[in-house]
Every structure is written in C-alpha cells, then in structure tokens.
Design a protein around this ligand. Sequence first.
Ligand SMILES: *Cc1c(COP(=O)(O)O)cnc(C)c1O
Length: 342
Amino acid sequence: MPDSVINLYSDTQTRPDEAMRQAMASAEVGDEQRGLDPTVITLCEEVAELLGKEAAVFLPSGSMCNQIAVRLHIRPLGDEMYLHRLAHPITAEAGGAAAISGAMVMPLEGEGGKFTGDALRAHMRDPADRHEPRSRLVMIEQTTNLGGGRVWPLAQIEEVLEVAKEFGLRTHLDGARLLNASVASGVSAAAYAAGFETAWIDFSKGLGAPIGACLAGSHELIEEAWRYKQMLGGSMRQAGFVAAAARYGLQHNVERLADDHANAKFLAEGLAEINGVEIDPSTVETNIVIFDVADATDLHDKLKAAGVETSLLEGRVRMVTHLDVDRADIETALAEVQTALS
Ligand SMILES: *Cc1c(COP(=O)(O)O)cnc(C)c1O
C-alpha cells in the first residue's frame, strides 16, 4: 500500500483546510428550516446575486437541487424533459426524475455532453397531440461532467434557449461546476444563468466545501422549492456550520480554479505523449480529463495499487484535478501511468 494517495477520483474528494475549518467553527448559526440561520441566509443572498436571480435556497446536495427543480417544472401528467444522455439526472440520481416527478425523460445526443438547438427542436412534440407526452423542460450541465468538463459556449446556450422559448419549455441549469466554466471562459455565472428559470451551484466540488449546494430562481419558484425541500427531508437545523464552509469556498477558492484547469491541461498533454493513451488535449477545457486505453480497468487497478485514484466510465478512465492535488502530484500520476502501460 502506498502511504499517500493522489486522489484524482473526483473534485468531491477535497477535505476542508484549516482556514475553512476555522470559518466553520466560528459560524453564527440558527434554525435553518425556520429561516433563522444567519449564515445560511447570507449565503443564499450571495448565491442569488452571483447567479442574477431573485432568491436561492440552501440544500444538502446538488442532486437535491436537480430533483427539486425537476419537480418544480414537471407535472406528473406525462410531461417530458430533455437533457443530454450523460447528464447527472439520467446517470446518477437513482432515477429520481421518474420516481419523484413522474417525468418522461428524453436523452439527447451531442458531442462532449452538449447538444444543439436543432437536436432539441427535432424532439419537440408540436403540434401537441393527446397521444404524446407534453414537451415541458430542457436542462443543460455547465460544465458537462461525463461529457469531459466541457464548457457550453454562450451562443450555443442561447440557441437552445431560443428553441425553449419558441416551444414554451421550462429551463434549468445544472451548474455543479458553473464557476469552473466561468473561470475558464471569463463569462460571468450570471450571464450563463440568465435565460434559465432555475440554476444552481455546488460547494462540494471545486470550491472545496464538505457539503451543500444552492438552487436559485424567482421568489415564487424558490418559495415553492421550500415545500419540496421539506418533503424530501432537506430542511436542516444549524446548517450555518456548513454554509460557512460554502461562503469560505466562494470567497477564497473560485479564482484558483484556474490552477486546476492548468493542471488538467498539463495532465492531458502528458498523457497524450504516453504510448497506448488516446486523448485530444484540446478537448480539456476545465478540470476533467477523460481518456481511452486498451484496458481501462487494468490501468485503473494498477494506478490504484500505486496510490493514484481514478474513476472508470463506459470503458474509459477519468481523472479530475482539484484543490488537494498540485503539479507535483500530476507529475507523479503521469509517471505511474507510464509505468503501468509499459
Ligand atoms: C456532482 C454533480 C451533481 C450532483 O451534485 P452532488 O452535490 O454530488 O449531489 C449534479 N450534476 C453534475 C453535473 C455533477 O457533476
């Protein structure tokens, strides 16, 4: 067993550092579900402002943000939602869109976890017909996760939103890594979120906090979201302790996402030079690196034995950079890939 692990499994693997723990320990707290936790209230105001929305609600996870948003937009009467085949609600939320909201799910295809306005248009059920589901909701992931950390260009988002408007669809932005997109492109989070009725960011990914996400939207939608938060058991008590970590992450760990992106680029360029690895480094835009090898499971297991954690998806290897890995760790990981494949 190696004595230290380089954890490239996900950017969810960060542990709060000393300064974040201090911020947590000294947080002012209250009863969150009665609207009496001052740190949670401040965090929600900050996120609403960041995303250019009227209001926000603090939730235990990004998955709950997606599930509540789907429930807000979908009526369990045969409404259909459109999202990429690899999107989180399809691959990693235990089928909640069907179980909780009764959604018909139409997976869309497209490069890097993105799709075009035309791909969406091709699935619109227009004119409405009582035999068919009702076209109701479109959602995108910014950045795409299983799509490889890709950034949707603003113009492509606007194209999708244009179609949504034409057909009267509700709109939702899964912004688990929205701030990665913003740091990589220079486009503000509010500009990305502008055309969407609901949008959220995660604190337990690149921002380095242990728990939590905030869903933002109009006063009316967020008030309604509170009902589902209560229903799903997402209302909390002295949640200010974790909201303080989230606030700390927003204050200190956003600009440094550029370091994660540079490390991912360096990793991709190094991998491209290793015999047996297939990757196009120009597709690595943020902190996620996905590549092909002849036997992904074998490489994953060998790296694990050497102290490098990675994840496997659809026969490919994924490595994610974050706060707790530095350039030297990436160099070590590259050397271990070289060894494992030779
Ligand atoms: C991680 C992730 C989620 C879920 O967030 P959790 O906080 O882990 O529940 C949703 N969507 C995307 C794109 C993600 O990467």
